[in-house]
Write a protein that binds this ligand. Sequence first.
Ligand code: GCV
Length: 721
Amino acid sequence: MKRKPVSLLLLLLFLLSANHRLLAEDGYRLWQRYEQVQDAARLQAYRQALNELVVQGNSPTLTVAQQELQTGLSSLLGQPLAAVKSPTKQNILVAGTPSGSALVKELATAARLKPLGEEGYLLLTTAKDGKQYTVIAANTDIGVLYGSFHFLRLLQTQQDIGKLSLASSPKIKHRVLNHWDNLDRTVERGYSGFSLWDWHRLPGYIDQRYLDYARANASVGINGTVLTNVNANALVLTQDYLKKVAALADAFRPYGLKVYLTARFSAPIEIGGLKTADPLDPQVQAWWKQKADEIYTLIPDFGGFLVKANSEGQPGPQNYGRTHADGANMLADAVAPHKGIVMWRAFVYSEDEPDDRAKQAYNEFKPLDGQFRDNVLVQVKNGAIDFQPREPFHPLFGAMPKTPLMLELQITQEYLGQGTTLAYLSPMYKETLASDTYAKGKGTTVAKVVDGSVDKHRLTGIAGVANIGTDRNWTGHQFGQANWYSFGRLAWDHALSPEAIADEWIKMTFTGEQEFVAPVKNMMMNSHEAVVNYMTPLGLHHIMGWSHHYGPGPWIKDKHRADWTSVYYHRADEKGIGFDRTASGSNAVNQYFPPVAKEFGSLKRCPEKYLLWFHHVDWDHQVNSGRTLWNELCYRYSSGVDSVRQMQKTWDSLEGMVDRERFSHVKQFLAIQEQEAAWWRDACLLYFQTFSKRPIPQDLEKPAHTLDYYMSLDPQFVPGI
Ligand code: GCV
């Protein structure tokens, strides 16, 4: 009788370890789950190579690197890994810098390390005095942390670590998240709960989530975070809030994550008691200098400011007849003595009726090339309108050779189905990065402009508007995590392929079993195109609902600004559809370098994915498939819905291969997505049909409701506004 509870306990333990899928998972652990390696041969090889961990030196960053390696590896190997200061065993993992560790100095050649800079690292297998070493070496402690995460990733994805000789360093210097978080904890365009920053409890309370957030960012090499919304609140620059910001900066520092703030241009008036915020006014300049000094006293490694000025109602230098360069330079001078930077956004468009909104940033910023201080980056969205499901690359890339341009991508899915849509965005990011600007001839890709290699800039940057919030799984949709992850991975190395990134994310987040990885990867790789098809195929853009940007609204018109309506962008009429941006229209194509302008400007040569972005096309125009434009539109919309249904089938077929909680989460979200996809298709086709006056092809599913019904839908309290 006495032995019964023990055997029951053993049985339970056995069941749980034999089938870990019985355990619920909520996604909190992201891609850092460190599940025990399943492949027996690999596990044995890992156990053999990694008998103990040697980390010499004890800075806060090395301490977190050691903790991560020790807990991560113990869990991956299914056995404890001891950490010691000098080797006692035969097969040793060593992590450190040559200046902090005599062992690393002996094992890693300086010649290989030096070119890796401040953040790069070396992973190396080597032998010395009869001992086998696996070495994680870097010039700095943060390089060691990045190398440690890379090493853990190798085991998480079950790679061979037997003969390592791998060097890695980031191609872009500032890899920054932009949080559009308000001080009241709402998040503009945020679909995963509220802001992580619990301002009320700061600086006294450091939530464990802050550390886990920093860890996750470090694991993909993200090294900066702008805590506040670009639609800025000056209050964050007051002493009370700066102390809270300093507490966050202290928590993030060991992980190499610098904090930045958005600077409200009118702050000198709002919190400084001045009468003006004119950037050429000496009192205003002195106010910002003093403010910068105050910030750096509290946060010695403060990154700098991100600014949205004279855009969508934000104040800026133009309020005083000054230029964007005048404004940026004033702030740049204030932070320069502290080595801070200014990221000045080029997302601007005039309050007045524009001839084409797509042309405005270029028209305003290109003439300012060469006028910015050395510590200013001009931050440019991937496309010229606003994070549409698909946009051709922004014509500013390549057009301002004397100014470092920072690429701004959106991770949060404002126009991509928001919180309930599975859209893996890596292919979209890559599409922009790989676009050829032809600025200095063939091969001058956006990636090469941004990484500084084209115009020899040392100051380089990339930003991603964060999709992270208080939801237990961080990103609302389980698969939203993949977009955070892939932003970081591409920011570090834009040469990586979206497939490879998806592959590692799936293995770390779910399981390494090929029967799961292959179909899920396929699903992810097709998901962005599916969304483009059922929302804005063939280059359509900006046809979403009013204000909340959720759901279709191609009929939106007659608002106080023409360029906030849908009809302004699709220009559908009885003849055809699309925005003529060629010489016969707004001539926006002319902002591109000639080879690109020729391609985009030619109805024949324009890539079909951008067709209606650049051309007003007749309904009966024959497209590549041989169909008329109208029929093609119908097929594209329908194929988008079909792709979602295919994703549902794929996911259903994988039941049992992941834990129930995440399986069910994704399944339910896919069902919502299917309804949303059909809603987009039906609403858009019925609306455009009022112009085309052509039937929806017989073999396609017919809309479930009338156009009036779709036009009457008015979802309330959509999150993220
Ligand atoms: C933060 C779009 C969004 C706004 C956002 C703006 C920007 O217009 O809808 O919410 O404001 O872009 O990037 O500044």
